[in-house]
Design a protein around this ligand. Structure first.
Ligand SMILES: Cc1cc2nc3c(=O)[nH]c(=O)nc-3n(C[C@H](O)[C@H](O)[C@H](O)COP(=O)(O)O)c2cc1C
Length: 225
């Protein structure tokens, strides 16, 4: 698959088929993704890939943890998104939520339906594979960008294998549960998760329409002929 095709067919998938993904496929993806650049080649990432029983355990523990610490109620040391949001980010974020609810036929005021959709995050939206990205706390926030690069590599390599993904900042809110199941030491911060699997093409969540700003709005060119 051409890189441009991988970029343009990648979406944040929020419904997957039950079809499993083999260890060899996941390791091929991670083996190429690890070639990502990083500041001074520090490679400040650790990736946990889970499936099967371990995935179930993560889900179970995370749901139990969230029962006592509702998602969004605990302030994270690295708050993403930040509490005070300015234009145009606040409105883009709002529109993103609205686009998802509209694809799912959820009314903006229907708190229960919105909460149900949030809960899908715990289940990796039905994806058979979950990935977790952790970083040594001493490298935050400076090297978080490096994690973004390896995550992007994974998302694009996944396309080459016929797979889809969804990055999940969501997991930051239930870190203690993930930490316990995967034995992640306290000095590591669990920055993000990612769902990976085969796309459920028929599911309305995957028909969400999301726009990007035009090039002139996000890039400036200086000194060119
Ligand atoms: C770092 C990061 C964290 C994200 N966290 C979540 C998440 O927790 N739950 C979710 O449903 N989508 C999550 N997303 C998906 C974004 O909402 C999505 O990338 C954005 O709306 C653009 O849509 P697209 O990926 O389909 O192009 C995340 C994306 C990124 C890059």
């Amino acid at each position: 698959m051409e890189l441009v095709e991988a970029i343009s067919t990648r979406i944040s998938a929020r419904a997957f088929l039950e079809k499993p993904v083999s260890k060899s496929t996941v390791s091929k993806i991670l083996d190429h993704a690890r070639l990502a650049p990083s500041g001074s080649n520090m490679q400040p990432w650790h990736i946990h890939a889970v499936t099967g029983q371990v995935r179930e355990q993560v889900i179970e523990k995370a749901l139990a943890y969230a029962g006592e610490h509702p998602v969004g109620s605990v302030r994270q040391e690295y708050q993403s998104p930040p509490e005070a949001m300015v234009k145009p980010y606040k409105s883009r974020r709002y529109e993103c939520g609205m686009a998802l609810y509209s694809a799912l036929g959820i009314d903006r005021k229907d708190k229960e339906a919105r909460a149900k959709q949030l809960i899908q995050n715990f289940y990796f939206f039905g994806a058979p594979v979950g990935l977790f990205f952790s970083i040594h706390r001493t490298l935050m926030p400076g090297q978080l960008g490096d994690l973004g690069i390896i995550m992007a590599n994974i998302m694009l390599l996944a396309r080459e294998h016929g797979l889809h993904t969804c990055a999940q900042g969501f997991w930051q809110d239930v870190q203690p549960a993930v930490r316990e199941v995967l034995d992640v030491p306290e000095e590591y911060y669990i920055y993000n998760g990612m769902a990976m699997g085969y796309l459920d093409q028929q599911h309305p969540a995957n028909k969400m329409k999301i726009q990007r700003e035009q090039l002139e709005q996000v890039a400036s060119f200086s000194g060119f002929e």
